[in-house]
Design a protein around this ligand. Structure first.
Ligand code: PLP
Length: 464
């Protein structure tokens, strides 16, 4: 027994050592309280909003008072079981109705996380023989759902692509940008090929198309209207079902933060949405927005709903007060501030980039103005740049492969409505200092890196 355990521990240790040698070892860390937050996903700064927190305390106190009455089953602690057993409550059902109404959906079903919502949905809805088509940068939870699903085929398509010509609409305008290197076809080509299958053409096979409302690594937005058109065109038997993961786009996009699908008026064209409460809404948990029939189906088949303790009252109440805050329009000012800060930050970062004019491999900021609070700064030294910013008092994170494709490593800047222009200026100064120190770094290190990772094509390689 001890011997076996020793053997297992040494296998695990060796795998960790390999990760470490590849600079890929993941570790838990705690952000110093004194650093400026340019890293968390709380884009609207709601988790630190005093009015929201006070409203939550009132809700919790009322629940505690009620829990004291004889025979009461109310509590602010755990829910008591799975939603299907003792974990359901009129509070949870009323919250689902409120959320469905806000997002203009027929129904809503809560999950303990957006991860569980994705695995629950994708894991049970596709029927044997069905096909899932997904953006190659889709979140890990969708991959996990696809992995456990009974779909016959899972086909990736090139990120940010509908037809052979790839576009980005970061600026809200159609701005043509060179397609990223992708071995995958565009969505339209994938659907065209699929539609030559007789069962697909006759509508016997369901085709699910999975995209995100805002991609958390690139900060870009899908061409949802074009995706809807491509699905209508290639799957005229109406067997194309679009699923949009709005974990990052809810709160920041759309009237009162209803999300991208509502902003574009596509509620009836998108088959299901997954909303995450852990990002802009500052809470935790997730919800699937769908038809009443799909909701009932999920209650019967989604394993991540059935076999887990449902959310505690504290979680439900925090989501409830945040939705009240959104519905009442109180978050509008935060959204407005955030939008102004996004424009300011991009302007400053791009000005810094053009002023310093470093080699693209050292630092690159996209020229296209951003609409999202996530701004990637591309560099082949993400850990070094992030470490320097952190030591300067600004919490930003390095994002490396395999989280992003090798060759597109970056430092990700996440903006919040409570960040200030002065903080952005401070971050830019820290980046400037780092770039200047990097420019004098030896050419040898850089060449070695480029060779090892094949990061850049020949013509992109710096002329040193
Ligand atoms: C696009 C996307 N979907 C789903 C999730 C999962 O969200 P949660 O943290 O609620 O499990 C995340 C979180 O990282 C995400 O970025």
């Amino acid at each position: 027994m001890t011997e076996n355990r020793g053997q297992l521990e040494s296998i695990l240790g060796a795998l960790l050592a390999r990760r470490k040698s590849q600079s890929k070892l993941r570790m838990l860390n705690i952000a110093p309280g004194s650093s400026v937050d340019f890293s968390s996903n709380g884009y609207l700064s709601l988790s630190t909003n005093l009015a929201v927190q006070k409203a939550l305390l009132c809700r919790l106190e009322a629940q505690v008072a009620e829990s004291n009455s004889p025979g009461s089953r109310k509590s602010i602690l755990g829910s008591g079981g799975s939603r299907l057993l003792d974990g359901n409550s009129s509070f949870a059902e009323a919250l689902e109705a409120k959320i469905a109404n806000f997002h203009k959906s027929e129904a809503a079903l809560l999950f303990t996380s957006a991860y569980d919502a994705n695995t629950g949905l994708l894991g049970c809805v596709p029927q044997p023989g069905d096909v899932i088509v997904y953006d190659e940068l889709i979140h890990a939870s969708v991959h996990e759902g696809m992995r456990i699903s009974r779909a016959a085929k899972r086909i990736p398509f090139a990120h940010d692509s509908v037809s052979a010509t790839h576009y980005s609409q970061n600026a809200g305008n159609r701005i043509k940008k060179p397609s990223r290197q992708s071995k995958n076809q565009g969505l339209d080509d994938v659907l065209k090929q699929l539609s030559s299958d007789e069962r697909v053409a006759r509508g016997k096979t369901n085709v699910f198309i999975c995209v995100e409302g805002l991609y958390s690594m690139d900060g870009d937005i899908p061409l949802l209207e074009d995706i809807v058109k491509a699905v209508d065109r290639r799957l005229p038997s109406r067997n194309g079902y679009i699923i949009v993961d709005e974990a990052h786009s809810v709160g920041t996009f759309g009237d009162k933060g209803r999300g991208l699908v509502c902003q574009l008026g596509l509620e009836d064209r998108v088959w299901a949405r997954v909303i995450g409460f852990g990002k802009a809404l500052g809470c935790a948990g997730g919800v699937v927005l769908c038809s009443s029939t799909t909701r009932s189906y999920l209650i019967n088949y989604a394993r991540s709903l059935i076999y887990t303790t449902s959310m505690a009252f504290t979680s439900l109440a925090s989501i409830d007060v945040v939705y009240d805050y959104l519905i009442s329009g109180q978050s509008d000012l935060s959204r407005h501030n955030l939008e102004a800060l996004i424009r300011y930050t991009h302007r400053q970062l791009y000005a810094l980039y053009t002023h310093l004019h470093p080699d693209r491999s050292i630092l690159h900021v996209d020229e296209t103005p951003f609409r999202s609070p996530i701004i990637p700064i591309f560099t082949i030294y993400p850990r070094d740049l992030a470490g320097h910013c952190q030591r300067s008092g600004f919490m930003v994170r390095p994002i490396v492969a395999p989280t992003v494709p090798a060759g597109s490593e970056r430092v990700r800047v996440c903006l919040h409505s409570a960040n200030t222009k002065e903080q952005v200026d401070g971050l830019c100064t820290a980046i400037e200092v780092w770039v200047q120190s990097r420019v004098v770094a030896t050419s040898e290190t850089r060449d070695n890196y480029l060779e090892a990772t094949n990061v850049l094509t020949k013509q992109d390689k710096p002329q040193l």
